[in-house]
Write a protein that binds this ligand. Sequence first.
Ligand code: 2BA
Length: 108
Amino acid sequence: MKLIFAIVNNDDSTVASSALTDAGFAVTRLSTTGGFLMVGNTTLLIGTDDDKTQVAIDILRHHCTTRKKMNPSTASFGSGLKNHSIPEEVTVGGATVFVLSVDQTEKF
Ligand code: 2BA
């Protein structure tokens, strides 16, 4: 059993999680925030059999696209002028995926 953590852009999260559930995966959506841009993203939790892990990753790859985002000034967050104070463009996502092995899973 594996647990997939997939951090995806909010704009892709609905279509990606729908495609996963349509393919038979169980998905939990968490509202999360990126530590660098400090904007909302979505973390999908997908528990699945080892041999289906790559199928889930392929679905995520198909639906999650990269985007260019401006890194806003930290001044807008009340952090003062620091290293990130000059707006710059960063490439965000498709998806950042972590796959963890699960020792045990139970449902009651
Ligand atoms: P954020 O932390 O808001 O990062 C947004 C984008 O900013 C990143 O895109 C990357 O292009 C850039 N970035 C992040 N940290 C940076 C840094 N220290 N210096 C320069 N540029 C930086 P992605 O790599 O596609 O990441 C998208 C989101 O996925 C991240 O949002 C974060 O929520 C999550 N993430 C990515 N890598 C992670 C990791 N190793 N551990 C935990 N979360 C991660």
